[in-house]
Ligand binder design. Structure first.
Ligand code: PMP
Length: 396
């Protein structure tokens, strides 16, 4: 029965991890994988998470199912985190959250919901985007299209993006990254979000905002600017939120699908359909990550501790971005790579070509994906001089 099944190549990033492990170069640098790293190269458990888990262990009284929408305590804290505590959308009861296995699970719920409830509508993603967007939407049977996002000089192609959005058929879905665009690091300014809002409205398009890095760009509220603008100004918005990065709970699979509708009546109708999608996929989401988040955000002391740790992570990334460009100054390459300091989040489209990426790997033990996307959290003050020297060598 299985004779005809062909083996497909593994994930390129997993191959990179394997190659990195085998490399014996003592100066090797991993800029590939998509998780936060501290100055020692570790992805530690946040202190607030440890404390919340200790409390949960002590107080947990049942492990019964939490229901298809997940724990109400989780949506009670996540909705204000995403939409703002004084959100008019929340006051009007136009938004509903369904807890999901990570941001990926939320995207999967969104995809199945769109396929079932908006049949025939296409979906538009930035070129490039997080590769999993392609698989998630096409496997749900939705026709996938791309809009431009980066130009040939490795800059945000906002005019190209806007022109493409203006041609999208009415009612189609547009995927936008709320902040910390993966893989490029190029984010929209507030003015650009306003312009996007205008086009979405004019063309009657449905935004799906992927919010996987809240707090990693400029701040928890600052990063939510676009999400909140669209939710407040449009009748319908789909938001996929993840707590993997900002709480560092990658393996606990914690996120949610937020559906914003015109009014409470339509929101309840939509919510009832999302429950079916969740049930058919996995019945109930895992509880532990959501419980950690609600424990932290429900307690002023833990919230303060978590915010401080999140700020440390964000500041570290943004400082390393600037210091990277500074380290290239002696080689006259600071202008060429100035975009790295302007981009936000964990990833950077450095502008390094696939051939340069290959040379960095083969000659210097520096690993990143061939698109030239680097995980900035893999930079450190120890390895920046080495990275700069290597980049200068492959620019010769
Ligand atoms: N969207 C984007 C743009 C991402 O980069 C990621 C994680 N790499 C996700 C969604 C999914 O996040 P999670 O790990 O919570 O499933």
């Amino acid at each position: 029965m299985f004779e005809h099944i062909e083996r497909v190549p593994g994930d390129a990033i997993l191959g990179l991890i394997e190659a990195f492990k085998k490399d014996t170069n003592p100066q090797k640098v991993d800029l590939g994988v998509g998780v936060y790293r501290d100055s020692k190269g570790n992805t530690p458990v946040m202190r607030a998470v440890k404390e919340a888990e200790a409390r949960l262990l002590k107080n947990e009284s049942t492990k019964t199912y939490i229901g298809s929408h997940g724990a109400p305590a989780y949506s009670d804290v996540v909705l204000p985190m995403v939409l703002g505590s004084d959100s008019p959308v929340l006051a009007a009861k136009r938004a509903s959250a369904t807890q999901s296995p990570g941001g990926t699970g939320a995207l999967r719920l969104a995809a199945d919901f769109i396929a079932a409830q908006l049949p025939g509508k296409g979906i538009w993603v930035s070129d490039p985007t997080w590769p999993n967007h392609h698989g998630i939407f096409t496997s749900a049977g939705i026709e996938l299209h791309k809009y431009p996002y980066v130009d040939a000089d490795n800059r945000l192609d906002f005019s190209g993006m806007l022109a493409a959005l203006k041609k999208i058929p009415e009612g189609d879905v547009v995927v936008l990254h709320a902040c910390c665009h993966n893989p490029t690091g190029f984010d929209l300014s507030q003015e650009q979000w306003q312009e996007v809002l205008g086009v979405l409205r004019e063309r009657k398009l449905l935004p799906l905002v992927d919010f996987a890095y809240q707090g990693f760009g400029e701040g928890l509220d600052e990063d939510a600017y676009g999400v909140r603008l669209l939710a407040e100004k449009l009748d319908e918005v789909i938001i996929t939120s993840s707590c993997s990065k900002n709480f560092g709970i990658y393996c606990e699979r914690t996120g949610c699908l937020i559906m914003v509708a015109k009014d409470v009546e339509q929101m309840e109708n939509v919510r009832s359909q999302v429950a079916i999608v969740a049930r058919e996929n996995y019945s109930n989401p895992p509880a532990h990550g959501g419980a950690i988040v609600s424990e932290i955000l429900g307690d002023a002391e833990l919230t303060a501790m978590w915010r401080e740790e999140l700020t440390e992570m964000r500041d570290r990334i943004n400082t390393l971005r600037r210091d990277f460009v500074d380290a290239l100054k002696p080689y006259g390459l600071d202008q060429k790579y100035a975009c790295v300091a302007e981009q936000r989040g964990m990833f950077s489209y450095t502008g390094l070509t696939p051939e340069q990426v290959d040379r960095l790997r083969d000659e210097f033990g520096i690993y990143m994906v061939r698109s030239g996307r680097a995980n900035v959290a893999g930079f450190s003050h120890e390895n920046l001089p080495y990275l700069a020297k290597a980049i200068a060598a492959v620019n010769d």
